[in-house]
Design a protein around this ligand. Structure first.
Ligand SMILES: *Cc1c(COP(=O)(O)O)cnc(C)c1O
Length: 466
């Protein structure tokens, strides 16, 4: 039944109504008034267009409408999502989720004053790196460590400290760009160091490095090729050989490992990555790596290696600008502590738990979820349970994939725009579901949907209807 403008309730009456008590207490008088004004304006416009339905005028209907508006307006910008993209360490999705132990440690560090830079034994000023130094030394075999904001910062600090206005020798095969605009030549320039490229893209020999060493040389550097692989007619110098050359010529060798595994991941059935310990043992004087890639911790950059060089890094004023806060250190300490018990790591460290989920378990989950998903998307789409391959992501092990399982959702009738509309609807759910569009399907890889989150995933599927 159509209603006229005169039937629309007044703002004052609504503000006093029972139906508005809940939104008033949640959002406050100013916000509710603003939302009501806007909603009543919209209702008046409807009435003038002869399109106002009497049901829209019930106080409860008005309250529900503005509560929805206010919830959307007050929703946090940073929200939890379901990462069903198939990339486990997804840089755009915050890389590694943190394990419960780290979450609890961060909460503690936020609530109360902490001994961030206070030595409780000596009763005097301390060093924030000391909070994680023992653990990191134990886990990497390094003499000393320092922690900064991310691995890009670690490389910047290292180059600026050891090679400012001097030369750094790097193989042409390692001049990589990592996602998010980290390029070795650019970082080199920002650090005030001069890049000396040696060898060719596919082949670099020890002699290439030796020939490039001169009076202005400060450092030999290796960069882990992270997100690509060179195959075929290739040659690169063993780190041990490079370290021997460096020692003869009295230069340090630095290795940017990128991911920086602390353990040999092949023991968990994952592809092998060089570990920090091996890299140091093979002769690297300094190694840099990320906290939130294969380490499974918070965003951070770690430099591990020779004590005299680390001491120089720590004296550089840039270190002060790049340092990490107490929340990062709290999370990092808790994550590193999990590594002391490697036998329970695959269960406790979220990143490793996700990477090691066996494909049959993921497939069983797909079977469980298929009916609910098919029902939710309706008969305009067909949902097929299918095997797929997850990627580790963040430049780790670019060519190795992990067998996984998930859904391919296709429109029942081929029509342009239908699939991208579905992707948009998934993205607009209360906890957005992010998949991958391609080959005329929307792909949802279930590897990162932990069983703990399954109920929440299913519950919000009703939002897809219509
Ligand atoms: C990922 C990566 C970086 C950048 O590390 P962030 O922690 O993202 O700053 C640098 N070097 C290599 C080799 C990498 O793989």
């Amino acid at each position: 039944m159509h209603a006229g403008v005169e039937a629309i309730p007044s703002l004052d009456r609504l503000l006093r109504d029972e139906a508005l008590v809940a939104p008033l207490s949640q959002f406050g008088r100013d916000e509710v008034t603003r939302a009501l004004r806007a909603h009543l304006d919209a209702l008046r416009a409807c009435a003038r267009a002869n399109a106002l339905d009497a049901a829209q005028l019930a106080n409860a209907a008005i309250a529900a409408a503005i509560t929805g508006d206010l919830q959307r307006r007050h929703r946090a910008n940073l929200r939890a999502v379901f990462n069903l993209t198939g990339t486990v360490l997804h840089t755009n999705l915050g890389r590694s989720p943190l394990p419960e132990a780290a979450v609890a440690a961060v909460v503690h560090a936020m609530r109360a004053p902490v001994n961030l830079e206070f030595d409780l034994d000596a009763g005097k000023r301390g060093d924030r790196d000391a909070l994680v130094a023992d653990l990191l030394r134990e886990l990497t075999g390094a003499e000393a460590v320092t922690v900064v904001n991310n691995n890009a910062a670690a490389v910047l600090l290292l180059l600026n400290t050891l090679a400012h206005r001097r030369e750094v020798i790097v193989s042409r095969g390692e001049l990589v760009e990592i996602g998010g605009s980290f390029r070795i030549p650019d970082v080199m320039r920002s650090a005030g160091a001069k890049l000396i490229e040696v060898g060719t893209t596919n082949r670099t020999h020890l002699g290439d490095y030796a020939d490039a060493i001169g009076a202005r040389s400060a450092l030999l550097m290796r960069v882990h090729a992270s997100n690509y692989a060179i195959s075929g007619f290739t040659h690169s110098v063993e780190l041990g050989e490079l370290a021997t050359l460096a020692r003869e010529r009295r230069l340090p060798v630095a290795v940017d490992l990128g991911s920086g595994s602390l353990l040999d991941l092949s023991q968990f059935g994952l592809p092998r990555e060089p570990t920090v310990r091996e890299t140091i043992r093979a002769g690297a004087d300094l190694v840099t790596f990320s906290g939130d890639k294969l380490l499974g911790g918070p965003q951070a950059g770690i430099v591990a290696g020779r004590a005299d060089l680390i001491a120089r890094l720590k004296k550089n004023p840039l270190k002060r600008a790049l340092r990490v806060d107490k929340m990062t250190l709290a999370a990092l300490e808790a994550v590193l502590a999990l590594y002391r018990a490697p036998d329970t790591l695959a269960e406790r460290l979220t990143m490793l738990r996700l990477l090691t989920r066996p494909a049959p378990a993921v497939a069983a989950q797909a079977t469980r979820l298929l009916p609910a998903l098919q029902h939710a998307v309706g008969d305009a789409y067909t949902v097929a349970s299918t095997a797929m391959a997850s990627q580790i992501g963040s430049g780790a092990l670019p060519i190795d994939t992990l067998p996984s399982h998930g859904f391919a959702i296709r429109p029942a009738i081929r029509k342009s725009g239908v699939l991208s509309r579905l992707e948009t609807v998934f993205r607009a759910l209360p906890r957005p579901v992010l998949g991958r569009l391609g080959e005329k399907a929307l792909w949802l890889d279930l590897r990162c949907l932990e069983e703990l989150d399954e109920a929440e995933f299913v519950a919000q599927l009703v939002g897809l209807r219509g």
